[in-house]
Design a protein around this ligand. Structure first.
Ligand SMILES: [Zn+2]
Length: 118
């Protein structure tokens, strides 16, 4: 499964980000997922539950931030949010649009126990 290999890479990245804190002290991981990332947030959630413990992430809660799909019009240079995958400028209706945001699968933050107790 695509999401499992992504989540394995994510877990490795989380451990590096939290080091030298032990994996079982990591309480929350926040990731950004865009609609064009090709990643299904529900599958990511279940992959973290399956794969996470292999990395020592036994107490870790995943928070997913859904990134909006944004684009830039090449004709009128307006920036707008794409809804329902309609790739057309909101202002001039041009179809020459460039996606500027929405394809990410990105680690945003890692919260460890010590930070919560502060
Ligand atoms: Zn336009």
């Amino acid at each position: 499964m695509h999401e499992q290999s992504l989540v394995k890479a994510l877990c490795a990245q989380v451990l590096v980000a939290a080091a030298p804190v032990a994996a079982d002290k990591i309480r929350q991981v926040k990731v950004a997922i865009g609609p064009l990332s090709g990643v299904d947030p529900i599958l990511v959630q279940s992959a973290v539950e399956q794969v996470g413990p292999n990395y020592g992430l036994t107490q870790c809660e995943l928070t997913i931030e859904h990134v909006e799909l944004e684009a830039l019009c090449r004709d009128c240079h307006s920036r707008f949010t794409i809804e329902d995958f309609v790739f057309r400028c909101a202002d001039c209706k041009s179809s020459k649009v460039q996606v500027t945001q929405g394809d990410e699968f990105q680690l945003l933050s890692v919260t460890v126990e010590e930070m919560i107790n502060d």
